[in-house]
Design a protein around this ligand. Structure first.
Ligand SMILES: Cc1cc2nc3c(=O)[nH]c(=O)nc-3n(C[C@H](O)[C@H](O)[C@H](O)COP(=O)(O)OP(=O)(O)OC[C@H]3O[C@@H](n4cnc5c(N)ncnc54)[C@H](O)[C@@H]3O)c2cc1C
Ligand SMILES: *[C@@H]1O[C@H](CO)[C@@H](O)[C@H](O)[C@H]1NC(C)=O
Ligand SMILES: *[C@@H]1O[C@H](CO)[C@@H](O)[C@H](O)[C@H]1NC(C)=O
Ligand SMILES: *[C@@H]1O[C@H](CO)[C@@H](O)[C@H](O)[C@H]1NC(C)=O
Ligand SMILES: *[C@@H]1O[C@H](CO)[C@@H](O)[C@H](O)[C@H]1NC(C)=O
Ligand SMILES: *[C@@H]1O[C@H](CO)[C@@H](O)[C@H](O)[C@H]1NC(C)=O
Ligand SMILES: *[C@@H]1O[C@H](CO)[C@@H](O)[C@H](O)[C@H]1NC(C)=O
Ligand SMILES: *[C@@H]1O[C@H](CO)[C@@H](O)[C@H](O)[C@H]1NC(C)=O
Ligand SMILES: *[C@@H]1O[C@H](CO)[C@@H](O)[C@H](O)[C@H]1NC(C)=O
Length: 527
């Protein structure tokens, strides 16, 4: 190992000759040169590039392993439109704009863009919900109301954790203290799954209370409590492509698609990006890789990332959220209802939430319905055959609709996010025991290598707008450094020694804390 490091150093320093054993290590002067290497063409990468462009920094390269722009905003053709005979477009990744705009107040930047590009979207009506168990329809919506009552207590308790600098705990513990104890009741488990797991892609046991609640407050009380479902047939990523076209020309050579980064060598002078087929020498680099990519060492770092950084990467979490799509030859469920919640008698989170796309405002008349599973159930179904998963889902539908004939689907598909190499999971979730400082270590640069992406957002992790805000912040930081508008070294705050708790003064922009989480719904203050 030591020897290898020495050889690597030798290979990259000695330009006069190429010693044996150096074949894999490109020489600096053979690399493509650029000022900023932006690694990833998802929302964070494209936003960072746009900010650089806006600041007249045009010498950058965007490096992306996929052959499209959008990253985790990804769609595919599915089934057939019975009228046009063309396939439908369904979203495998991000699907909603979450939190739209408050009256006269802040607006979710993704909502701004959804409007700018005229994305077809429809309000997801969470009250348009019917509840089921193993013997069919069974109205237990009262249980959902009981959860809401407990949650109202939990969010206040989380407020005290923040203001009084108390030790964080899990969402499970918070709910339990508020009197919500669902262990023996599968309908309570289903209600809880619907309200918590469907959003965070993780169980309450694995979710940190304080930052779970601040995240919820900052999106749904700051912007709005609405989630709008995007069903645009160009694909949700039409907005990301549209934004890229504000600064990239047709066939712009600054966009390198189908180019996989293998390793990054960073120093105070710059970053060398080694790709599968070449290398790039940059003054600065911005990694927008997911926490899953960083955790699985899909990209290697030279020198290895410092311990304070690796510990933050290893502790943050990547949830998996799997949508399983069915198209039938007819609609045997109520076409005017959006959601169907199923409480399995044995397994929590077993094919729990079915969402119809056939009703008004969606892919009308499509006979498409999809079911979402997360975490353990997602890992399980992602490891098994399509056939097996299809049949498990059909069995659940037959239990939910005992009076109907549930036929074989005419189309069936689901992605496998947990093993997908572009992300190794769906989106991040804040675990128990990560402080704001530790999260800042996830965010902070090492030398000239910067980090952006949804997980780096202290306030909007997991969401598209988190990716947008972080791409924007890092782009601005680098643009300022390059145009000398800043005196500092450019190093972001980091905490080589971590403390157990976070005092109020640490809730500052330096740690990515920009807005207050103490919000009432809408700016007018009424909730
Ligand atoms: C199933 C699912 C459902 C979701 N639902 C919603 C939702 O409804 N609303 C919402 O707001 N958010 C949702 N999200 C989250 C949202 O998609 C992400 O927060 C956002 O897209 C992340 O953007 P990003 O730029 O940070 O990362 P990414 O989109 O992952 O961009 C990083 C890019 O880096 C590329 N890359 C990775 N490794 C390499 C490599 N070695 N070399 C070169 N390139 C590489 C990737 O291909 C990717 O394009 C969902 C995500 C998933 C998966
Ligand atoms: C870049 O500038 C355009 C035009 O002013 C603006 O619409 C866009 O929001 C800017 N981009 C970012 C990420 O700030
Ligand atoms: C949501 O659905 C409920 C139940 O069907 C209905 O009463 C309500 O009017 C709907 N809300 C909107 C905004 O469509
Ligand atoms: C979240 O918002 C609620 C409702 O306004 C508030 O009571 C609570 O203190 C907030 N919690 C945090 C952690 O900001
Ligand atoms: C958007 O919705 C309109 C109205 O339903 C429809 O005519 C149009 O084809 C849709 N466009 C896309 C791109 O989905
Ligand atoms: C871009 O590439 C496509 C396909 O190679 C080509 O048809 C088109 O003319 C090119 N456009 C420009 C502006 O060069
Ligand atoms: C992507 O690159 C690989 C080699 O690196 C090549 O085999 C493949 O054809 C390329 N695909 C596209 C869509 O360009
Ligand atoms: C759908 O398929 C089932 C089973 O093949 C069949 O019984 C039913 O009549 C079909 N429905 C329509 C509308 O064709
Ligand atoms: C920024 O500062 C450096 C060193 O002080 C100087 O060489 C460079 O010309 C400056 N660049 C700009 C754009 O002012």
């Amino acid at each position: 190992m030591r020897w290898a490091v020495h050889v690597a150093a030798l290979c990259s320093l000695v330009h006069l000759f190429q010693p044996a054993g150096c074949a894999a290590i490109p020489r600096e002067n053979e690399c493509q040169k650029t000022k900023v290497a932006i690694l990833g063409a998802g929302v964070a990468g494209i936003t960072a590039a746009q900010v650089l462009s806006n600041a007249s920094v045009t010498d950058f390269l965007i490096v992306e392993r996929n052959d499209y722009i959008g990253g985790r905003v990804r769609h595919m053709p599915f089934g057939v439109n019975p009228e046009t005979k063309a396939p439908y477009t369904v979203e495998l990744g991000a699907n909603w704009v979450q939190g739209l705009e408050s009256k006269g107040g802040p607006e979710n930047p993704i909502w701004t863009l959804a409007k700018r590009y005229g994305l077809n979207n429809t309000f997801s009506n969470e009250s348009s919900l019917l509840t089921y168990d193993e013997s069919g329809y069974n109205d237990y919506t009262k249980v959902l109301d009981a959860y809401e009552k407990a949650y109202a207590v939990v969010e206040q308790d989380a407020g005290y954790l923040l203001t009084d600098n108390l030790q964080d705990t899990s969402m499970r513990a918070g709910l339990s203290t508020a009197g919500w104890k669902p262990k023996k009741d599968m309908k309570m488990q289903a209600a809880e799954w619907w309200a918590w797991d469907l959003e965070t892609a993780q169980i309450p046991e694995d979710s940190g209370l304080l930052y779970g609640i601040t995240g919820y407050n900052l999106t749904f009380y700051q912007f709005s409590e609405e989630n709008n479902y995007v069903w645009d047939q160009r694909g949700y990523n039409a907005f990301v492509i549209g934004e890229s076209q504000t600064f990239l020309g047709a066939n712009d050579t600054r966009l390198l698609l189908n180019t996989t980064v293998e390793s990054l060598s960073y120093s105070a002078q710059g970053v060398m990006v080694k790709t599968r087929d070449g290398c790039i020498q940059a003054d600065y680099a911005i990694s927008t890789f997911s926490v899953g990519v960083l955790q699985n060492e899909a990209v290697t770092f030279d020198p290895p990332l410092p311990r304070w950084k690796r510990e933050a990467i290893d502790q943050f979490q990547m949830g998996t959220y799997t949508k399983i799509f069915y198209q039938f030859n007819e609609t045997f469920w109520d076409p005017n209802t959006q959601y169907f919640l199923y409480a399995d008698p044995k397994v929590r989170g077993y094919y729990p939430v079915w969402q119809s796309l056939t009703g008004p405002g969606f892919l009308e008349g499509s006979n498409i319905i999809f079911v979402t599973v997360v975490e353990n159930e997602a890992y399980r179904v992602e490891q098994q055959s399509d056939e097996r998963t299809k049949n498990e889902g059909l069995e659940v539908l037959r239990a939910m609709f005992p009076d109907k004939v549930v036929p074989e689907p005419v189309a069936f598909y689901y992605p496998r996010w947990s093993t997908e190499e572009m992300s190794f999971g769906s989106y991040s979730n804040w675990p128990v025991g990560v402080t704001l400082e530790k999260h800042q270590n996830l965010r902070a640069n090492v030398d000239r290598l910067y980090f952006a992406g949804e997980a780096m957002s202290a306030q909007y992790y997991g969401f598209l707008h988190g990716a947008w805000f972080e791409g924007s912040a890092v782009g601005q930081k680098i643009a300022q450094m390059m145009t000398n508008q800043t005196e500092s070294t450019g190093d972001m705050a980091r905490y080589e020694v971590l403390h157990g708790t976070t005092t109020m003064d640490a809730y500052s922009p330096a740690n990515g804390w920009v807005a207050s989480s103490f919000l009432t719904f809408g700016v007018g203050g009424e909730k």
